[in-house]
Ligand binder design. Sequence first.
Ligand code: MG
Length: 157
Amino acid sequence: MRIGHGYDVHRLAEQRKLILGGVEIPYCLGLLGHSDADVLTHALMDALLGAAALGDIGRVFPDSDPAYEGISSMVLLDRVMKMLWTRNLRVSSADMTILAQRPRLAGHISLMCFELARHMEIPEDRVNVKATTEEGLGFTGRGEGIAAHAVVLLEEA
Ligand code: MG
């Protein structure tokens, strides 16, 4: 077994889509970033790369590269999964937490799990996404940004 942890933050901004776990969520603000700024999928990819000792997404997909401008993070996740599969690594489980004061995410969690499980090619009952507020404290509490943590277990196939 190999364990990996990922953490990411993106700033909320106007005239951006809010995409979390590959799911577009209706909201007046979206996350700012070079790609689609899907903070949840970024944390997950960092956990996957970390467990495989392959560095981090900044190293694998440099944001100085115009090829990644506006790209769907699910396309990047597919590339990370190919890197794992070629090393005979499979995802055993993934657990994630989104830190966001707004919007309410409860109604979107099951679709995020479905999408992430589909791209990792594992059963949905091995993927868990949670969302919490930070009680109005800090940058997530003030609604300035959204953060996400991810923990994964990999096993050799
Ligand atoms: Mg990021």
